[in-house]
Design a protein around this ligand. Structure first.
Ligand code: PHE
Length: 515
């Protein structure tokens, strides 16, 4: 069914785009490291359970909400809810803030890819270590700004092409290419001597502590909230992305199957990325005689210092693997960034329509990119705090633990740390207790053949009870990771108060609005 907003050319096109949105820096960077650090196999089990009981449920809900209303995320919440219609704004602001650092990190990938390309072309030239390179890059604000602009221009050109003409086309080529490159890197990584230590780090329970990679195992609650936060970010949930992509989806497509495919594919790529990255980093560290506890497996240094060193240690073919690796990370970053951008573009397109105008996608995309660039420049020039641009609470590393005094962490804290879990919790309360699961289930079951009673019961229980409670934990955990362990009691109290307050709001005299 074509409409004037445009639509996906095919279901597989939609799937690749949605998987493209999900597969991003979160998978390649966050997942491997968090899995190792938070108990390896235990983390994986918790992650999988959360993906089934929370991620899958919210994925179906978001796609259904988008398809049912055929509107942008703001329009969608306005159409179904009286009390929670403002969540749409939260789901607009969060992707906007995420783009402030996502585009800078995308710029870093372009820079590293070009660097490896030039190492490949001019072999024999003097090569710097990963940490020298990273330091030099961060303290060159002009270079960072230029690469950020370049990244945004690429995204702009894709989004300008529209849903099927731009986003779908890019992902149709980009996703299979990413997969092939990932397999190449996995093969190289696993054939390095010492790679099994890295695999054990990921898959053997308790090994990370025993071998000395980390000093102590985190508690179950920490694992739960780390896995939950990671799962949310990785599946592109509570950011308007899936609502927006769902709004372009045909009524005849099966939302249950589609949601399952997206969740499984995203988790699979996260695991594959782990197997590509961690064994290589560990094997190289061992070969260099570095103590296991000193091998950097987390934070920005994993991708831009440790792995760069791995490629350099590979000799003449190293830069080739470097180019492949940073290109694959770049594709993952672009396919996610365009979904974040599309949330904003769809909103302005729909708004123009409501006002009786036909909005120009090209113009809207340009303005959205300019607005993103303004905030991204702040993050780019700041260089993870290397250039002393940070202002709020300056020098307050002790007072605001985890914020590392830089703009990237500040933006991340608000978007990923607070708005994302809060948005998902409120959405679940809205569907479960205000508008009731039945209306959403009607949309979810559209296009599903056969009896749906089992799924209906599972969905209702999860959306009413499991998701809100899990979200309260995840929200508290995210806040603790940004505000520090010292404030954990306060974070839990805030989170529980929010849960109960909005549950009461949803329950009391629920909306008369018919859907
Ligand atoms: N899922 C993406 C990642 O793993 C990030 C993202 C979040 C993209 C929210 C869109 C919406 O990196």
């Amino acid at each position: 069914m074509e409409n004037e907003r445009g639509s996906w050319g095919s279901n597989i096109g939609f799937l690749l785009a949605a998987i493209g949105s999900a597969v991003g820096l979160g998978n390649i960077w966050g997942f491997p490291y968090k899995m190792g650090k938070s108990g390896g196999f235990t983390f994986l089990l918790v992650y999988l359970a959360l993906a089934v009981f929370v991620g899958f449920i919210i994925m179906m809900s978001e796609l259904a909400l988008g398809r049912k209303t055929g509107a942008s995320v703001v329009g969608a919440y306005h159409a179904v809810s009286r009390k929670f219609k403002w969540i749409g704004w939260l789901a607009m602001l969060a992707p906007f803030l995420i783009m402030s650092f996502y585009s800078v990190l995308g710029g870093y990938c372009i820079e590293y890819m070009s660097l490896n390309l030039s190492n490949l072309a001019f072999s024999g030239a003097e090569v710097k270590t990963g940490s020298d390179l990273f330091g030099a890059m961060l303290t060159n604000p002009f270079g960072c700004a230029m690469f950020t602009i370049l990244f945004l221009v690429v995204c702009l050109l894709i989004v300008k092409g529209g849903i099927s003409g731009g986003i779908e086309k890019f992902n149709n080529i980009g996703m299979p290419a990413l997969f092939i490159m990932l397999v190449i890197i996995i093969i190289r990584s696993l054939t390095l001597p010492g790679a099994t230590e890295g695999l054990k780090f990921m898959f053997v329970p308790g090994y990370a502590v025993k071998a000395g990679f980390i000093s102590e195992a985190p508690g179950l609650v920490t694992v739960l909230s780390t896995a939950g936060g990671q799962m949310f970010f990785s599946l592109s949930l509570a950011m308007g992305a899936m609502v927006t992509y769902g709004s372009y989806l045909d009524k005849k497509e099966n939302l249950v199957k589609n949601s399952a495919v997206i969740v499984v594919a995203d988790t699979l790529v996260a695991l594959m990325a782990g197997v590509a990255v961690i064994p290589a980093a560990v094997a190289n560290g061992i070969a260099q005689g570095i103590a296991l506890s000193d091998i950097k497996l987390g934070g920005p240094s994993l991708l831009f210092v440790t792995l760069q060193d791995v490629f350099q240690a590979m000799g003449r073919v190293g830069p080739l693997f470097g180019v492949i690796f940073y290109l694959l990370v770049l594709i993952a970053a672009i396919s996610s960034a365009i979904s974040l951008m599309e949330v904003l573009v769809t909103f302005f397109l729909d708004r123009a329509k409501v006002k009786g105008r036909t909005g120009s996608r090209s113009k809207i995309t340009l303005w959205v990119s300019v607005a993103i660039l303004a905030e991204a420049l702040l993050v780019a020039v700041d260089g993870l705090g290397s250039n002393g641009l940070w202002l709020p609470g300056q020098g307050g590393g002790a007072t605001i633990a985890g914020w590392n005094d830089c703009w990237l962490d500040f933006m991340d804290c608000w978007s990923e740390g607070i708005m994302m879990p809060l948005g998902a919790m409120l959405m679940a309360l809205m569907i479960g207790w205000e508008i009731k699961p039945k209306s959403t289930l009607e949309e979810i079951n559209h296009g599903v053949a056969g009896s749906t009673s089992g799924l209906d019961a599972f969905y209702s229980v999860c959306i009413k009870f499991v998701v809100p409670v899990a979200m309260a934990f995840i929200l508290a955990g995210q806040m603790i990771s940004f505000f520090g362990e010292a404030n954990s009691v306060v974070c839990y109290i805030i989170s529980i108060v929010i849960l109960f307050a909005f549950w009461v709001v949803a329950l009391l005299g629920h909306s008369k609005k018919e859907n």
